[in-house]
Design a protein around this ligand. Sequence first.
Ligand code: PRP
Length: 177
Amino acid sequence: MSGKPPPVLISESDIEKRVTELAIQISGDYQDKGDLVLVGVLKGAFVFLADLSRRMTIPRTIEFIAVSSYQSGSLSSGAVRLVMDVRGSIEGRHVLIVEDIVDTGHTLKYLIGMLQSHRPASIRTCTLLHKADSAEVDIDIDYIGFSIGDEWVVGYGLDYAEHDRTLPYIGTVTPTD
Ligand code: PRP
């Protein structure tokens, strides 16, 4: 986007503090369980996954998965399409899905079902942001960074029409379509 930077919703320092807390909590929960497979959901989770994974203290490996769920702009269709599957085998392994944001929940519900078919030892879910009031499906989220309202957010991996993913903080924008 051009013009003024988006107003700050969650500052860089608050994100850093919370991501560190989550990394410590997750590391404790998976202590002595062997290798944890972190599955980052492209594109939005790439920044969160990078920071979260580097602050963990347990053995972990990184996978990525890509889905398409939103139309261009601000409207969600509810339909989820797999664009890229995990590359390595997750059979018999502990998996943590890492999302940047859970909004309606359709994407995460789809991903849990899809990854279950790979027969992992367990699947848990982690998201930096959760729009609790926007939920359309019932799913358990094991680790939540911040609960937010029904606003459009950008930065720290999240975009608006591919803009502002590299902002270091979470900001708000007003959709124009
Ligand atoms: C965002 C986000 C989640 C999904 C959540 O991805 O990364 O995957 O939407 O929405 P839901 O809970 O309503 O299903 P998006 O489709 O914007 O793609 P991107 O990560 O590539 O920007």
